[in-house]
Design a protein around this ligand. Structure first.
Ligand SMILES: Cc1cc2nc3c(=O)[nH]c(=O)nc-3n(C[C@H](O)[C@H](O)[C@H](O)COP(=O)(O)O)c2cc1C
Length: 208
C-alpha cells in the first residue's frame, strides 16, 4: 500500500471478522512499532500479544460490558461533550469497549519502562518516555493498516492498569498506556464520521 493511502485509510476499528492473524504478520507489525522515534535511544518497550480467550476474559473482566442509555446521556453531560458529531463518536464507541477488545483477533498490550513518574510529571521532559511509546503505537496502527488489519485502543480506567499487571505478570516498573485490539475489519461496518478539518485553517506561516 502506498504511504499516503495507509495514512488516509487508517481508522479506529471496533468490529472485527472472526479471523486469526498469522504470527509473522503480528511480528512484522510490532517490528514497525520499534522503528518509531525514541526520547532516550533505548526503546525500553515491550508488547504482550494475547490470543488466548481465557487470558483475554481475565484481563478484561473489569472492563464494563456495555452502558445504559441513561448512563450514556450522563457521561455526555459530565464530559461536557457539546458537539453533536463528537457525541455520536462516543455513543458509538463507549458501548463497544469490551467487545472491541474481546472479539479482536488479538489484544496487544504495549509497555514502557517507567523511568519518571508518568502520572505526576514535574516537567514536560518527564513525559518523554510516554510520548515515545505513543509514536511507537501509531507506527503499529499504520503497519496494521498496511497489512489490511485494523486497530482500536482503550485507555485503562480505574484499576484496569493494576489489574492487567496482575493478570499478565507485568513487572512493577513497566507502565501500560493502553489496550489495543487488532483484527480484520468487519465487512459492512461504516466508519464513524469525524469532524472535517480544513488543514489550511490550521497551518500558520511565521506567526499564529
Ligand atoms: C489518546 C487517545 C485515547 C483514546 N481513547 C480511546 C478509548 O479509551 N476507547 C476507544 O474506543 N477509543 C479511544 N481512542 C480512539 C478515538 O476514539 C479515535 O481515534 C477517534 O474517534 C478518531 O477516529 P479514527 O481513529 O477512526 O480516526 C483514543 C484515541 C487516542 C489518540
Amino acid at each position: 500500500m502506498e504511504f499516503y493511502d495507509v495514512i488516509n485509510s487508517r481508522r479506529t476499528v471496533r468490529d472485527f471478522e472472526n479471523e486469526e492473524i498469522p504470527e509473522e504478520i503480528l511480528e512484522k507489525i510490532i517490528a514497525a512499532a520499534f522503528k518509531a522515534p525514541t526520547n532516550d535511544h533505548m526503546r525500553d518497550w515491550h508488547y504482550i500479544i494475547i490470543r488466548d480467550k481465557e487470558v483475554a476474559a481475565s484481563l478484561l473482566d473489569i472492563v464494563p460490558k456495555g452502558i445504559s442509555d441513561e448512563d450514556m446521556n450522563q457521561l455526555i453531560r459530565d464530559w461536557k461533550l457539546n458537539d453533536s458529531l463528537q457525541q455520536e463518536c462516543y455513543r458509538n464507541a463507549v458501548p463497544k469497549q469490551y467487545r472491541m477488545l474481546f472479539d479482536a483477533s488479538a489484544i496487544i498490550v504495549p509497555l514502557l519502562k517507567e523511568k519518571t513518574d508518568i502520572l505526576h510529571p514535574e516537567n514536560v521532559s518527564h513525559l518523554n518516555g510516554f510520548a515515545s511509546i505513543w509514536c511507537s503505537i501509531e507506527n503499529l496502527f499504520l503497519a496494521a493498516t498496511a497489512e489490511g488489519y485494523g486497530c482500536n485502543l482503550r485507555i485503562p480506567l480505574g484499576n484496569e492498569g493494576e489489574h492487567a499487571k496482575k493478570v499478565l505478570e507485568i513487572p512493577d516498573d513497566y507502565f501500560m498506556p493502553c489496550f489495543i485490539g487488532i483484527g480484520r475489519p468487519r465487512k459492512g461496518i461504516e466508519p464513524v464520521l469525524q469532524k472535517e478539518i480544513n488543514v489550511r485553517d490550521r497551518i500558520h506561516w511565521e506567526k499564529f
